[in-house]
Design a protein around this ligand. Structure first.
Ligand code: ATP
Ligand code: MG
Length: 438
């Protein structure tokens, strides 16, 4: 099968070839092309040395120079150009002790993790180079390490997590020998940053449920997220058909493929191991914060996930009053309100609810939120037709806590009846409320 190589990628290969070097396309782009999936990024393997690559291209960034990787910056996208290498001894279980460059593509393919990732494409001869039976494994939907799985996992234990990631993204199975070779404890040698990258990619997979099951049964979950692994076999509550871990896995798998939402779905109930009461949401949020901080997640991701988890027990529903829904939206913010509905949808899926009801719930809730957004009513204090200055001036008050009380009272009234949001009306309401304050 011919691989369709984008023009800019082909042009970069031609630069190398015209200068007398070899150039092959390798890695995920070839795998995905053969699967008729849209490749994300294109990697080029060459026998040109990093300094050759820097000389041949105008705009380069030395992203991983010591391992032979130079990023070539193009107009539309950047390409990683890596000098072919046959890796030496791995001593710190992360990086080969010494990088040995080679001019043989077969040796470069031999250092790669799985057979399906060890196929090269020669764009000049339009030929695949597939020394380890990668194409056959693609057809069999099989994840098999290049060479002995025990050795390959010991060299770089991150590969065990990549095994789970490709299960989730591609829906492939691990070959039996490869799966049995997983030695979860080794993952502790890998930096949290590298672990998080794979976990995030895993969470985005379409086949997340079986992947998370394997993540648990292989012992990897216990090593990386023990707080979640320990929820296996524990009750998630009276109305729950699955145990707590099962519920979390179902919720994450059914959540929309959005990394924050999936983390939130996976961890929203971890605190139920402490209490099944309502407070579990605050405890779960704390635990999620610890987990994601340990994995060096960005502040932004941690913030989003913990907010969603902390608020996931919200009790508005499609029949709630406008006032209740406005109050909810004002408190959590519009964007979070929509996210919380998606999280509730995932939560219901984890309860094995009828999919039609789940969809109906989401449609109804989003309808209510959108209705409110399209109305002129005020959601937050800043939307009110009067502000603190107007209140103090018109009611002859000094700035102080009373002004805040009045404004919040007015907002509450406007939540119930948006037509009240006019200066005259609001001042009248404020005057009578002030009397009740004494
Ligand atoms: P994608 O880019 O779609 O996430 P990918 O397979 O391209 O998937 P990358 O992390 O971009 O993954 O790696 C590119 C290639 O480098 C892989 O296809 C594989 O051949 C090789 N590779 C990546 N990580 C490892 C590793 N830890 N051990 C061995 N080979 C690896
Ligand atoms: Mg890639």
């Amino acid at each position: 099968m011919a691989i369709t190589v984008p023009q800019d990628v082909m042009a970069a290969c031609s630069v190398l070839i015209n200068a007398g070097f070899q150039a092959y396309l390798v890695g995920g782009a070839i795998r995905d092309s053969l699967l008729r999936l849209q490749p994300t990024d294109w990697d080029i393997a060459t026998d040109a040395l990093p300094e050759d690559v820097e000389r041949l291209f105008d705009r380069t960034v030395p992203t991983g120079r010591q391992f032979g990787t130079i990023t070539v910056v193009g107009d539309g996208r950047s390409l990683e150009v890596t000098t072919m290498r046959s890796d030496g001894v791995y001593r710190d279980r992360r990086r080969p002790e010494e990088v040995e460059f080679t001019d043989r593509i077969e040796l470069d393919l031999a250092r790669r993790d799985f057979t399906i990732n060890a196929i090269a494409y020669d764009p000049d001869r339009r030929q695949l180079i597939d020394p380890f039976g990668g194409k056959k494994d693609l057809r069999r939907k099989l994840l098999r390490t290049v060479g002995s799985p025990n050795e390959r996992f010991a060299e770089d234990p991150l590969r065990m997590l990549r095994l789970v990631r490709f299960q989730s993204v591609l829906g492939f199975k691990g070959e039996r020998k490869t799966e049995l070779a997983v030695e979860a404890r080794l993952i502790t040698y890998v930096s949290p940053e590298r672990i998080l990258i794979e976990l995030n990619k895993m969470l985005m997979g379409r086949f997340l449920q079986p992947a998370l099951e394997f993540f648990y049964h292989s012992g990897l979950m216990e090593e990386i997220i023990p707080e979640l692994a320990s929820s296996a076999g524990i009750s998630a509550g009276d109305n729950h058909p699955f145990d707590l871990l099962g519920h979390s896995i179902m919720a994450a798998s059914f959540a929309e493929p959005d990394v924050g939402l999936r983390w939130a779905a996976l961890l929203h109930d971890v605190g139920k191991q402490v209490t099944l009461k309502r407070e579990h949401s605050a405890i779960s949020a704390e635990m999620a914060k610890d987990i994601l901080t340990r994995l060096r997640a960005s502040r932004k991701l941690i913030g989003r996930v913990t907010t969603l988890i902390a608020e996931h027990m919200f009790d508005i529903h499609p029949q709630s009053s406008d006032r209740a829904i406005r109050r909810f939206m004002a408190r959590v913010g519009t964007e979070t309100a929509f996210d919380l509905i998606k999280l509730r949808q995932a939560d219901l899926a984890g309860l094995n609810e009828n999919p039609r009801h789940i969809l109906a719930y989401r449609t109804a809730m989003e309808g209510r939120l959108n209705d409110i957004l399209s109305q002129k009513g005020a959601l937050t204090l800043s939307d009110l037709a009067v502000n603190g200055h107007v209140i103090t001036a018109e009611l002859g008050l000094k700035p102080g806590p009373k002004v805040g009380l009045i404004l919040n009272y007015l907002l509450d009234r406007v939540w119930s009846d948006p037509s009240l949001n006019r200066p005259g009306q609001l001042l009248e309401l404020a005057r009578s409320y002030l009397k009740t304050l004494g």
